[in-house]
Design a protein around this ligand. Structure first.
Ligand code: AMP
Length: 658
């Protein structure tokens, strides 16, 4: 077979495999074969760049990073839909329709909660895809759309021009996995699959979009040349024949049949791998649609039914507290089971202490519970009249229910967090942070591998990392002899890291990478840091009272001490290697006051530390020098009282230069 023929054959084979896997959900080719063939195709295309085409399966993996998205004026506007909020309003819609056309048949479909896009095909080849934007002008996101495997890049028919409309979504299963990974990596979580899909589709780097595993359901032909249709369902069937993944659709002879189908869709919503935010009812006949026309905003021949959030009464049997991977305590009400929006609900989120206090939710209370869409059920209100006697307001525990460490409230929010250094609920997060690049920088120990090692029972606390043996790691999934050895070597190497990395890796709240460096330089050893009082800590430049408190309470916790012992036993370096740039100020303590002309106080403090000096926040007999700038205040007076030498800025500069 010549190269040209082989390229064609591989493309056809790979696209067929894609279609069977992503549209029909019936895989026929093994991943191994697929990857192998794709690699072969890549090689052939690299050897013959002149035969590269935009519809080749190799173009799905994510091309160049874009600088921005070009505007696309939609040939046919992507209209909105009129909403109806009850079956009564649905019947009114039906009456309006039947004033214009008699004998109408509808099609009912789930309303996918994602992002609307238009896909353009020329001579059967996918040439451009754009977001809805304002309906008239959208953004060109072709490269990102190509990463969606259920979008055919070439159609069996080569119609001169075809534009279809669909809804891009992130499958619920992908969403859960993605958020789980983001939580571990300390990244902000997506609020829901819709936001995640929107964020992914607008990534400038198509490789990121590709990693998000988006999917699409097609629900309309916007424009077609070279073919004509009489009704909507016929167009959907044609799209199916063209290998699109098409929206589930049901013909309904009457509006009552539509209502029944809408209820079924609502009850079955848990079964879909996509979120829905309603159901859409559409007139089936295209000729009738013409007659009905559109208003400025939406077509008169379709309506979006929005499901009311279902509410039921139940009783709070208990309040339990879960500890998440980042240590946040989340209270949950255990309630008597009720059926809501197609599922049996046995608990409801209480969010946080503020939520509980505001609604005054107590164990034993009768509560109104609501489930809106896919959101976790929540308590709408407490029926106070039904409250039994002898209840008391609920307060979250001040110790972690998992490990017993103290719980602190986040500085900037309502969340309560466990501070346990070895809390098993936070093990994965602790380990991922410990190994991360700016912390102990252990190569090969990302979230996935940490999870594998913890699942295998090899890691129960961060200190266990240093006990890992290559023979125990090698048999695990994703590992082999070589990679296990590399990992153990990387862990071994991390023992030599500077103290500043270790301090950051411990995961003390408020202590970032910068604070790790400052503290390492200032205290020199981990023991000295552990022994520092809150006051001494606050005197360090860059360390405020909140951080100082967080550090000293962290070291006071038995779990932290246990962790430090384990790290010491393993031989992890506990001293600072940061050479002071000089030792001009070794043994001297400085206090800074007033405004300096040439430095901020922070900069001056860094210069002092760089010469081995210490900076303190308050003047005492031990102070060697007070450096007084403009408008110096009480510290200057105190220095004069105690007879401490006071330097002005020019004298200080001279000392630095000498
Ligand atoms: P809205 O934005 O609330 O006016 O609703 C209209 C949106 O619903 C459109 O942008 C479509 O992208 C979306 N949609 C989701 N599923 C469907 C469907 N089956 N038929 C029509 N529109 C749908």
């Amino acid at each position: 077979m010549d190269d040209r023929t082989e390229i064609e054959a591989l493309r056809a084979e790979l696209e067929r495999a894609n279609y069977e896997y992503y549209v029909l959900d019936k895989p026929t080719m093994s991943d191994f074969d697929f990857d192998h063939k794709l690699r072969r195709l890549e090689e052939l295309e690299a050897a013959h760049p002149e035969w590269k085409t935009p519809d080749s399966p190799t173009q799905r993996v994510g091309g160049k990073v874009a600088e921005g998205f070009a505007e696309v004026v939609h040939q046919v506007p992507l209209e909105s839909l009129q909403d109806v909020f009850s079956f009564e309003e649905l019947r009114e819609f039906d009456q309006r329709v039947r004033e214009v056309v008699e004998d109408v048949t509808y099609d009912a479909e789930p309303k996918v909660d994602g992002l609307s896009v238009a896909l353009e095909y020329e001579n059967g080849v996918f040439v451009r895809g754009a977001t809805r934007g304002d309906g008239r002008v959208g953004e060109d996101v072709t490269e990102n759309l190509k990463t969606i495997r259920s979008i055919p890049l070439r159609l069996p028919d080569s119609l001169p021009r075809l534009i279809v409309r669909g809804e891009v979504f992130m499958p619920k299963s992908v969403f859960q996995k993605l958020n789980g990974e983001r939580e571990l990596a300390g990244q902000a979580l997506f609020a829901n699959p819709r936001n995640a899909a929107a964020g992914s589709l607008r990534q400038l780097d198509p490789k990121i979009a590709a990693a998000r595993h988006l999917d699409i359901l097609i629900f309309n032909i916007q424009y077609v040349e070279g073919k004509s249709f009489t009704d909507h369902v016929e167009t959907l069937e044609y799209l199916e024949s063209q290998r699109f993944k098409v929206i589930p659709h049901t013909l309904c002879a009457t509006i009552d049949a539509c209502a029944k189908r809408i209820e079924e869709i609502g009850d079955g919503r848990e079964e879909f791998d996509f979120d829905i935010d309603g159901a859409v009812v559409k007139v089936n006949s295209l000729a009738e649609r013409e007659l009905l026309g559109s208003t400025a905003k939406f077509p008169r021949w379709a309506a979006a039914y929005k499901y009311p959030p279902e509410q039921k009464l139940s009783k709070v049997v208990d309040i339990v507290v879960q500890v998440g991977r980042t240590g946040v305590l989340t209270p949950k009400a255990v309630i008597e089971p009720v059926r809501l929006a197609g599922t049996t609900v046995t608990n409801a989120t209480l969010h946080n202490q503020d939520f509980i206090s505001e609604k005054d939710v107590r164990i034993g209370d009768t509560v109104l519970v609501q489930k809106a869409g896919e959101i976790i059920p929540e308590i709408v209100s407490v029926i106070k009249e039904k409250r039994p006697q002898g209840t008391s307001p609920y307060r979250l525990p001040d110790r972690c229910p998992v490990c017993g460490a103290p719980v602190v409230r986040d500085e900037d929010g309502a969340a309560m967090r466990c501070t346990g250094a070895e809390c098993s609920a936070q093990l994965l997060r602790h380990l991922v942070h410990f190994a991360s690049r700016d912390a102990m920088d252990i190569e090969g120990l990302g979230p996935a591998n940490v999870e594998t090692l913890a699942d295998a029972g090899l890691l129960k606390a961060p200190g266990d990392l240093y006990l890992l043996q290559a023979e125990d790691v090698a048999p695990l999934e994703h590992f082999a002899k070589k990679s296990a050895q590399n990992l153990v070597q990387a862990i071994e190497k991390s023992k030599e890291n500077d103290l500043s990395r270790l301090i950051f890796a411990l995961g003390i709240r408020q202590v970032g990478q910068k604070a790790g460096q400052v503290l390492a330089r200032q205290f020199g050893t981990l023991d000295a840091l552990a022994a520092a009082t809150e006051e001494e800590l606050s005197a360090v430049p860059d360390v405020g009272p909140i951080t100082a408190k967080s550090i000293s309470s962290w070291f006071a916790d038995p779990q932290s001490q246990h962790l430090i012992e384990a790290l010491k036993d393993a031989g992890v370096n506990m001293t600072s290697k940061a050479e002071p740039l000089g030792d001009k100020f070794a043994g001297l303590t400085f206090v800074l006051t007033g405004e300096l002309e040439h430095f901020t106080r922070k900069e001056a403090g860094e210069r002092i530390q760089a010469q081995g000096g210490k900076v303190s926040g308050s003047v005492s007999k031990k102070t060697s020098y007070v450096i007084a700038g403009e408008a110096a205040g009480s510290k200057l007076r105190k220095a004069q009282e105690l007879g401490v030498t006071v330097l002005d800025e020019s004298e200080f500069l001279k000392m630095l230069d000498e």
